[in-house]
Ligand binder design. Structure first.
Ligand code: AMP
Length: 395
């Protein structure tokens, strides 16, 4: 696996695919700069080597050229974060872009206009990828958030760089973290899968059963498993058509020596509302008119014990409807348990969708080992898929 350390960037122009797809408010100000901050180590390392950086990214989902999706809006923010002047060019291919790249001196940064102003980007067009490739000497992919897309700038472009291509620091860190969980992690390995539906996590569960010693299943998925085993789940979210699959997953887990931990009690409510009446109930004795919306106290205590036994922990999906304060405690308790295990030396990775939002919202970001920056890319990695953007660098 080639990384930045395999190259000396002195006098080289690094063409870097970053993920600067950041949220903007109605004044076109960046409201969350995490993705820019995450790309900083790669950019600084190349500049310190004596190289220059040509940054390319997409922003949003423009239809052709649409000014509101221009990357010019983020230039000041990128400059603030990097502490270096950033030149901006109003296209990403063609004579103007080539001239700007040519004139770039060591230590300088050039930001190209939104790649998706050209439809060819998403189409993975080879000619467009070749046009982009003319801008730099070495291709660096540091965009995990788009690594699951076979787009021109994320995947196709790599073929024009022969061996002159590598992962940036961020992407290398993401790959390392996933490998720790899926391949090299110290045992016992635990995965915590929460969230709303079994149907969206089936492939992940099936793939992960071969890698883990313990699997905690929480959140809305719980009830399909409980009902499938004959429990009463009242009005809790439940996918009746996935009950057979749930039984099959339990059987597979047994065969593979994976211990499955489901909640034993829940905080149930008489409505899907923060102000509903609530009651602690056994997970398999929820009457009609009530629904389980968070883990109960015995479940939290049991999950805590499991988490603290484990040396490698993956967390994907909340244990309850954490967006409502009344039902956030199970997710917060799990975050605390994982933080404690991490402090004791466990490796913990949080990734994929809502768990990242929960971790940020409740302040666990710096208390776990790694928070993934890619939603869809992370989910596909957990499903065991090889991401095209990663494969293209390895080829
Ligand atoms: P996912 O995107 O699959 O990770 O699902 C995340 C969503 O699951 C969040 O919006 C949670 O509110 C929701 N969720 C978690 N637990 C429950 C539950 N017991 N009932 C309904 N929704 C839930």
């Amino acid at each position: 696996m080639k990384t930045l350390n395999d190259f000396n960037f002195n006098n080289k122009k690094a063409l870097i695919r970053v993920d600067f797809n950041v949220p903007l408010n109605d004044k076109f100000e960046v409201t969350d700069a995490t993705r820019i901050v995450s790309a900083k180590p790669t950019i600084i390392k190349i500049l310190e080597d004596g190289g220059s950086c040509i940054l390319m990214s997409h922003l949003g989902r423009p239809k052709g050229v649409q000014e509101e999706f221009s990357l010019k809006h983020i230039v000041n923010k990128v400059e603030d974060i990097l502490g270096v002047e950033v030149k901006f060019i109003e296209d990403c291919v063609g004579p103007t872009a080539e001239e700007a790249a040519q004139n770039l001196n060591p230590g300088e940064i050039l930001l190209l206009e939104n790649l998706r102003f050209h439809d060819e980007e998403k189409q993975g067009d080879k000619n467009f990828a070749e046009a982009l490739s003319k801008l730099g000497d070495i291709f660096v992919n540091d965009a995990f958030g788009t690594a699951h897309r076979a787009h021109a700038s994320t995947t196709i472009i790599a073929q024009f760089f022969d061996q002159r291509k590598c992962f940036g620091n961020l992407l290398a860190q993401e790959i390392d973290s996933i490998n720790k969980v899926m391949k090299t992690g110290e045992k016992p390995v635990l995965a915590v899968l929460g969230g709303a539906k079994v149907s969206s996590k089936i492939t992940i569960i099936e793939n992960i059963l071969d890698k883990v010693d313990h699997l905690i299943i929480g959140g809305g998925m719980t009830f399909t498993f409980i009902k499938a085993q004959g429990g009463n789940v009242g009005d809790s979210i439940c996918e009746d058509d996935k009950m057979e699959l749930a039984i099959d997953i339990l059987k597979q887990a047994k065969e593979k020596n994976v211990q499955i931990h489901l909640p034993v009690d829940v905080l149930a409510a008489n409505a899907f509302s923060n102000d509903a009446d609530t009651q602690i109930m056994d997970v398999d004795k929820i009457p009609q008119g009530w629904q389980g919306l968070d883990a109960g106290p015995r479940s939290k205590a049991h999950f805590h014990d499991v988490v603290l036994q484990c040396k490698t922990i993956l967390w994907n999906g909340p244990l309850g409807v954490f967006e409502m304060e009344t039902f956030a405690n199970g997710t917060i308790a799990l975050g605390n348990s994982i933080a404690e295990a991490t402090k004791n030396g466990a490796f913990s990775l949080v990734g994929g969708g809502d768990s990242v939002a929960a971790v940020k919202q409740f302040g666990f970001e710096n208390k776990v080992s790694y928070v993934s920056t890619g939603g869809g890319a992370m989910l596909e990695s957990l499903e065991g898929k090889t991401l095209p953007g990663i494969a293209a660098i390895l080829e």
